[in-house]
Write a protein that binds this ligand. Structure first.
Ligand SMILES: Cc1cc2nc3c(=O)[nH]c(=O)nc-3n(C[C@H](O)[C@H](O)[C@H](O)COP(=O)(O)OP(=O)(O)OC[C@H]3O[C@@H](n4cnc5c(N)ncnc54)[C@H](O)[C@@H]3O)c2cc1C
Length: 407
């Protein structure tokens, strides 16, 4: 007998649980299938020193807000896991853990069939909430690294002490990579950091956290299709109470900054001469952010404290950094490489025509052209905020209405 249930949600991270919350509110039958544990990626695919990158007051899921005593502080990764697990418990979310969904297809009778090992289930609706960041990207050049070099992707990196002795080369330039570099420097590791572009912003400015200004200004509500291609996510960190990220500050603390990866040849890492372009782009983004907040405050007549000149270093006009053409891994004593170049989708188990040639879901606000098949929690799925913990609820409510409308 194949079990039938109206809606199957795949994945019990923040997205799957927000979906469950909204379906329950509408009285719709559903189950959540989770291959491991609730919030598994926050448990086992984030490094030990990671903090939530937005202030605690932005830890919110539908019907579940942060209620601790430090709304402007930042929560450690373990606290995020607790927050999500508490949400599941509070909602009595119908999660079945240890169920790894390996196939999804349409049956002859028109239902959606989900398979997970010996388990087969059918549903009218399936919501795929398996995460915005799935398979870490490793460039083809990785195979050229000498075999003695330890290689690890950002989702498997845990702490500096887990790496073999010696210098570390980190590649990538988003928030994750920056935080990993800070983590390594704090533990006294010699770090080389190859970056490509970045968008840095002040952590706090004129009395508010950047995340809250961004929300107030409506930036996080921007519709994805209106966001120019290539727009980067802001580089922020919640580590140690949160502070402004500054690449050049890393260099002052001992890291060697490099341009982006061009290739690897006979133990040498070849680099593009684009380091200064990256740094300048980051500096320009920082200044633009200050100006946009100032303009918003003036336009809205908000009573905000004046600019206190904080982050003076991060604002200063800086001399160009040296462009290094290549790095001899042996001579620089590098023993480990951390690949932090972003993620691809890993949705090959979906046997319905809803993926593009790169394996990414083709959807509009989570709705695919395959009746009853939905996605939730994708990066910029509908709005800028769609992939964030505090942003996913709105898309979940939209899909729950859609599913209720199909019943
Ligand atoms: C390093 C890093 C730091 C981040 N920091 C923040 C932050 O501070 N604030 C913020 O708002 N956002 C942050 N994000 C973005 C986003 O909030 C997270 O990626 C978050 O984990 C997304 O939640 P999700 O529920 O959509 O997906 P995930 O958390 O990825 O959850 C997907 C779930 O699906 C399960 N699953 C996957 N495949 C299957 C399958 N085939 N069968 C059954 N189950 C399956 C997984 O085990 C997992 O539990 C961060 C992302 C990264 C990578």
């Amino acid at each position: 007998m194949v079990e039938f249930i109206e809606t199957i949600i795949v994945g019990s991270g923040q997205a799957g649980l927000a979906m469950s919350h909204h379906l329950a509110q509408r009285g719709r039958e559903h189950v959540i299938l989770e291959r491991a544990r609730i919030a598994e990626r926050w448990r086992s695919e984030r490094w030990d020193s990671l903090y939530f990158q937005f202030p605690n007051r932005m830890m919110r899921l539908p019907g579940h807000d942060y209620d601790g005593g430090d709304p402007d502080g930042f929560t450690h990764r373990d606290g995020v896991v607790r927050f999500i697990a508490d949400y599941a418990a509070r909602n009595a979310a119908p999660v079945r853990c240890g169920v790894n969904v390996s196939a999804l297809r349409r049956t002859d009778a028109g239902r959606l069939r989900v398979e997970a090992g010996p388990l087969s289930m059918e549903a009218n609706n399936v919501v795929v909430a398996t995460g915005p960041w799935q398979a870490p990207r490793i460039p083809p050049a990785a195979v050229q690294l000498p075999p003695h070099i330890h290689q690890v992707t950002a989702n498997r990196y845990t702490s500096p002490s887990e790496l073999p002795p010696g210098g570390v080369l980190v590649l990538g330039s988003g928030a994750s990579r920056y935080q990993i570099v800070e983590d390594l420097i704090a533990q006294g590791r010699q770090v080389h950091y190859a970056l490509r572009g970045h968008r840095r912003v002040p952590r706090r400015y004129r009395g508010r956290d950047f995340g809250l200004w961004n929300e107030a200004m409506g930036v996080t509500d921007r519709i994805a299709s209106s966001i120019p291609p290539g727009t980067r996510s802001p580089l922020v960190t919640g580590h140690k109470g949160g502070h402004t990220a500054d690449m050049r500050g890393l260099a002052r603390r001992g890291a060697t900054l490099l341009g982006s990866l061009r290739g690897i040849v006979e133990g040498r890492v070849m680099l593009n001469a684009d380091l200064n372009a990256s740094l300048d782009a980051g500096d320009a983004a920082f200044r633009d952010t200050l100006q946009s907040i100032d303009a918003f405050i003036a336009q809205q007549g908000i009573e905000a404290p004046p600019d206190d000149g904080a982050d003076a270093d991060a604002r200063a006009v800086r001399a160009p950094a040296p462009e290094i053409e290549s790095l001899d891994l042996g001579a620089t004593g590098i023993g480990s490489v951390i690949w932090a170049l972003g993620y691809d989708y890993d949705l090959g188990w979906i046997d319905c025509p809803v993926l593009d040639s790169l394996g990414a879901p083709v959807q509009q606000r989570g709705v695919t052209r395959e009746a009853g098949l939905f996605f939730l929690g994708l990066h910029r799925m509908h709005k800028m905020k769609s992939g964030f913990l505090w942003g996913v609820g709105e898309d979940a409510a939209f899909l729950a209405d859609h599913i209720a409308g199909r019943a």
